[in-house]
Design a protein around this ligand. Structure first.
Ligand code: 0O2
Length: 355
């Protein structure tokens, strides 16, 4: 049963209302404002309605209404004022404070019942509507947030894809320049300084991993600034001297900016790794601008490349036993490869001289 609170200083009125409403509601009674407030404090929102007389000794009905308004309870529990007279000003004041309706004396059973029931129903409808509006506002806020996140992701993806397009263009630029040099050599000296070119664009997962490992934020600007090997080319030459000749001709081109040169051929890594690495800034020509992109170009002989591929596999294979022994064997192979590369180069020189 729904619980209602009847507040009236006149016992007769309380009895009358109790008689009229007892079959439909569980009724709490108070005979003044103080008692009413203490019952409101005890039951709060468990009350379905409050029937409240205005004129009472000690604390009057107005004070109860004002306290219910300031605690916000008047928005949760409807108040029907029991009034003996029609006073427009008083009624307006009550409505402004949040009172839901008036029941005028003398009480007529059917009118009281209907007023209370209608007020409770209307109030519940109003509350449910308000709740729906709050829920919809929350849903809208969440959807707005999702849309903003998606917009941001899309924007980032667009910028990232553009960056990748620029790196791809830089790879094409370098590849073309090296192929032009190869073509010229083939024409002029009847030989090719390089056998093949491999290129690769670093995968998003590798980019993400490397940026994280180095503690850089993963943004387009930061990738552009901090990574030098998103665009990578590997130039496979037949002889060591071709490597230096080709690399020199390439970096002497007047719009290529050399950022770093690491010569692991004259200064091999302790494991035996040999290659010449160039980090360069290469211009690419876009519809509205010329942009410099960082590219890593590795030069190595066929034999060095064969060695590096095998060694790279070992590095990333966690389940290989006897790594010490394999590393020693690889080092020995690397040294033999160097010897072999220079011997082959010597043979080629001899052939050239014979010619
Ligand atoms: P991956 O998977 O080939 O891309 P950097 O990483 O370039 O900023 P680092 O390591 O000082 O800094 O540059 P370095 O020494 O020039 O190495 C760059 C790349 O050269 C490596 O890239 C390898 O491709 C290759 N490399 C260098 N050392 C070795 C080696 O001992 N063995 C083999 N097989 N390759 C080597 P990543 O990013 O390490 O690997």
């Amino acid at each position: 049963m729904q619980k209602i609170l009847v507040v009236d200083d006149a016992e007769l009125n309380r009895e009358l209302l109790w008689e009229m409403l007892k079959d439909e509601y569980e009724i709490e009674m108070a005979e003044n404002g103080d008692e009413a407030l203490s019952l409101l404090g005890r039951y709060g929102c468990d009350l379905t309605a409050v029937l409240l007389d205005l004129q009472m000794p000690k604390k009057d009905g107005f004070s109860v209404i004002i306290e219910m308004k300031s605690s916000g309870l008047i928005k949760k529990v409807p108040v029907l004022v029991i009034s003996g007279e029609y006073d427009v000003e008083v009624e307006n004041q009550c409505f402004q404070l949040g009172v839901s309706d008036f029941i005028h004396k003398p009480f007529v059973g059917s009118i009281v019942k209907n007023r209370v029931k209608n007020t409770i129903d209307l109030f519940e409808c109003k509350n449910q509507l308000e709740l729906k509006v709050i829920e919809q506002e929350e849903t809208l806020r969440e959807q707005d947030q999702i849309i903003r996140i998606q917009e941001e992701k899309l924007r980032e993806a667009k910028e990232f894809n553009r960056l990748m397009m620029e790196y791809r263009s830089a790879i094409m630029e370098v590849e073309t320049r090296l192929k032009v040099l190869n073509g010229e050599f083939s024409q002029e000296y009847n030989r090719n300084p390089f056998e093949s070119i491999k290129s690769r664009l670093k995968s998003p997962a590798s980019i993400y991993e490397k940026m994280g490992r180095r503690g850089f934020p993963v943004t387009v600007e930061s990738i552009r600034e901090n990574l030098t090997d998103v665009a990578g080319l590997r130039v496979i030459c037949s002889f060591p001297d071709d490597i230096y000749r080709l690399a020199d001709l390439f970096i002497r081109q007047d719009d290529i900016i050399l950022i770093r040169r690491k010569d692991y051929i004259s200064n091999p890594k302790p494991n035996g790794y040999r290659s010449l690495h160039l980090i360069v800034d290469v211009p690419i020509f876009l519809s509205h601008e010329k942009k410099y992109m960082k590219v890593e170009v590795q030069f190595r002989t066929i034999a060095m490349d064969f060695w590096a591929s095998l060694e790279h596999k070992l590095k990333y294979k966690k389940d290989v036993d006897n790594t010490d022994e394999i590393e020693k064997l690889l080092k020995t192979c690397a040294d033999s490869i160097e010897e072999l590369d220079y011997q082959m180069q010597e043979i080629r020189n001899k052939i050239d001289r014979e010619k």
